[in-house]
Design a protein around this ligand. Sequence first.
Ligand code: HEM
Length: 453
Amino acid sequence: MATTYTPSHPTKKYPPRLSHGLPYLGHALEFARDPVGLLHKGRQQFGDIFSFYLIGKQVTVLTGPNANQAFFKAPDHQLSAREAYKFTIPIFGKGIAYDASPEIMSEQIGFVFPALREERMRTYAQFMAQEAQAYFDSWGSSGEIDLLSACNELTIFIAGRCLIGEEFRTHLTTEFAHLYHDIEGALHLLGFFWPYLPLPSFKRRDKARIRMVELIAEIVANRRNQGIETEDFLQTLIAAQYSDGTALSEDNITGLLLTLLFAGQHTSAVLAAWTGILLLQHPQYLPTILQEQKQVFGENPEMSLTALGRLSDLESAIREAERMRPPLVMLMRQILEDFEYEEYTMPAGGLVMVSSAVSHRIAEVFPNPDRYDPSRFAPGREEHRQHRYALIGFGGGRHRCIGEAFAYQQVKVIWSILLQQFDLELVQGSYEPNYTTWVVGPRQPCLVRYQRK
Ligand code: HEM
């Protein structure tokens, strides 16, 4: 195995490095074109740990359950999510999430927990079903749709309803969709490295955020004045207080809602789209899933939390989509203090990443990893439970996703309604991942033909 030593630390062993990088740019061009291909290549060559250069930064890549564990268990003062995700600050806002200290950030995330309790999830199940039904009712009796665009639109409606509430959803969705689009348009590679350049897309982002705060501040003021209480995330944040008793400002509330939206909306849309594409590519699994729908909803079509909880075959299909096509293909941390894995030292100042897209395709963990096989998650096999950090589509450790149950619930509702009410078929010969965006969905167009049953 190739090893790199630097003369300044002759006793330390540094991770083996991918060769043939360009001066300064390193492997940036290859990384921008096919990041997962590059990471696979590194793992094939070196195993659990290797490094490469990206625009003057050393990036160490950890893959496999043990290396994932080391990454997720490292404390914030050693591996910092905050430093790696600074590009989110102009979106989420000053003092919010990754711009706050880890302690304040976890207090802020804690404000959201009451909005994710079981009784709330019951209410969201109804909202999700209403939104999804209304959306699919707007389709004709047959036609072709771009599945990713459809899932994106629908998950924005669902997020608007569950996060910000009915008055927002019914009156403001169009303006909100435009603002959201302008904010999202600033999430590109340049934004990761230089989020404050005077670019038109960054100006649009900043303008849109200001307007977003205004819109949400109006709703907050209205609810406070009229004493309105509803069951959505916004209400939970209006009621929340920091440990010193201060309430959250409108800017704080908007920032947290934006954090949740950006963490949860696109990722859910992409997971929903891949779930469908993979299922339709492997129609032999459809009869079991349709049978399950009949069993669960035959007597009572209501999409209650209990009914959704009984959809274990559909859940395995979603899990297999999470494994094969994880929406977030890599997670990053900035190394603040030297970090060790096995015999290697990763020096402070570099970046370290884990990659679900690579870790989920390791044959020793998931046999036949390139084969679509939802039954690998069925009782008796449960390949993802062999090691706690084998399946990492929702992260791990202290920064693990808080919205997994919400996301799974949403994807279950969407595919239950679609499969119950439509016959669907794929239009294209292939559906490949689009690595030019942070959240990796299928490349567009990604067309699906539908026929109402
Ligand atoms: C399919 C949908 C989703 C996927 C694939 C996903 C994935 C992830 C991953 C991988 C992380 C860890 C990031 C890291 O360690 O660097 C994360 C964190 C997070 N997610 Fe999700 N997520 C999804 C949906 C949601 C939803 C619906 C919400 C909110 C309702 C949400 C809220 C969050 C938050 C707040 C964090 C940060 C937690 C922390 O750092 O303490 N996510 N998510």
